[in-house]
Design a protein around this ligand. Structure first.
Ligand SMILES: [Zn+2]
Ligand SMILES: [Zn+2]
Ligand SMILES: [Zn+2]
Ligand SMILES: [Zn+2]
Length: 320
């Protein structure tokens, strides 16, 4: 009975085209800055080490092995995680496993240099075997998770892929422009404890931004929260700012902030309260009427921050 009205009711979107927006549409995808200059080197390194690389693959779980690497009396190797699971029997020859460490293989691994596993996505870096994993966890070329918050989604990829995925698979609203005016409507808002409205994607400055709106319990208080996430890395997100405004009946709440990267889950952003938070009572007051319906108009703007190359910006009054 509730399911029909939980989606975003964006029936009054007014998108003002700002001067600094490039006016392009969202089929113009930003190009990934792929560096191909090192790929010849990478593949050469890769070819010559493939054999050793295979040796370093645990024959049981197929993950890369890291010290301590174990072996049985017959020389079959396995990783330390698998060793604890095989009840002292070699999974390859079924002989008793014992406690033999394969130092030689560990030393070979140490001398290896391998390309980052996101090489095909543009990462030009080559790493010693043991520090590769650390880099890959933070590699700027690692794929992004789908930013859609309404359900668990396993899609991963680069930004152009995810933009197409959001549009085609999640049917999200796509808007070009850096100002927006969005209406969120919900009947019987008193009954809603947790709800996620349909995501909206904005395309401006050649970038993509996701506008989230949800209802949840903050302590004992039911609240609504609106926030923006940047489709890209945090370091780039810092180049942008946004404002959100909501009001009615002569009152207004304004939020100004920096969009969070979609590397941070929407849940993490929500839990850090990094956005416009509206108490339900206030939201219903803004909605006017008889408190039976939530009718919030959220207006907002995204802008690019001035690049300050001098660093150490001094805020008047705060500098002694
Ligand atoms: Zn293993
Ligand atoms: Zn064995
Ligand atoms: Zn990398
Ligand atoms: Zn998805």
């Amino acid at each position: 009975m509730e399911s029909d009205s939980i989606d975003c009711m964006a029936f009054s979107d007014v998108i003002d085209d700002d001067d600094d927006d490039d006016g392009s549409h969202h089929h113009q995808l930003p190009s990934l800055s792929k560096t191909h200059s090192n790929s010849t080197v990478s593949s050469a390194v890769h070819r010559s080490t493939t054999g050793v690389h295979e040796l370093l693959e645990c024959p049981v779980c197929t993950n890369s092995m890291y010290p301590p690497i174990h072996q049985c009396h017959n020389g079959h190797t396995l990783c330390s995680t698998c060793k604890t699971r095989v009840h002292n029997r070699c999974p390859t020859c079924r002989q008793e496993l014992g406690d033999i460490r394969c130092l030689a293989l560990e030393k070979v691994a140490e001398s290896l240099e391998l390309p980052c596993k996101f090489m095909s996505l543009g990462c030009p870096e080559i790493f010693p075997y043991y520090s590769k994993l650390k880099h890959e966890a933070l590699c700027n070329f690692r794929p992004y998770n789908c930013p859609y918050a309404g359900s668990e989604c396993a899609a991963v990829g680069d930004i152009p892929f995810l933009v197409a995925h959001l549009r085609d698979d999640h049917k999200v609203d796509m808007h070009t422009g850096c100002t927006f005016n969005h209406r969120y409507v919900k009947s019987n808002p008193q009954e809603v404890e947790n709800a996620t409205w349909m995501l909206t994607v904005f395309h401006c400055f050649g970038q993509y931004f996701c506008l989230h709106f949800e209802a949840f319990q903050l302590g004992i208080a039911p609240v609504y929260m609106a926030f923006l996430r940047f489709m890209g890395d945090e370091i780039e997100a810092r180049n942008y700012s946004y404002s959100l405004e909501v009001g009615g009946n002569g009152r207004k709440l304004i939020w100004e902030g920096t969009p969070r990267s979609i590397r941070d889950s929407h849940r993490k952003v929500r839990d850090s309260h990094d956005g416009l938070i509206i108490q339900r009572n206030m939201a219903l007051f803004f909605s006017g009427g008889d408190r039976k319906e939530l009718k919030l108009r959220v207006t907002g703007r995204i802008w690019k921050e001035q690049q300050n190359h001098e660093g150490g910006a001094c805020i008047p009054n705060l500098c002694s």
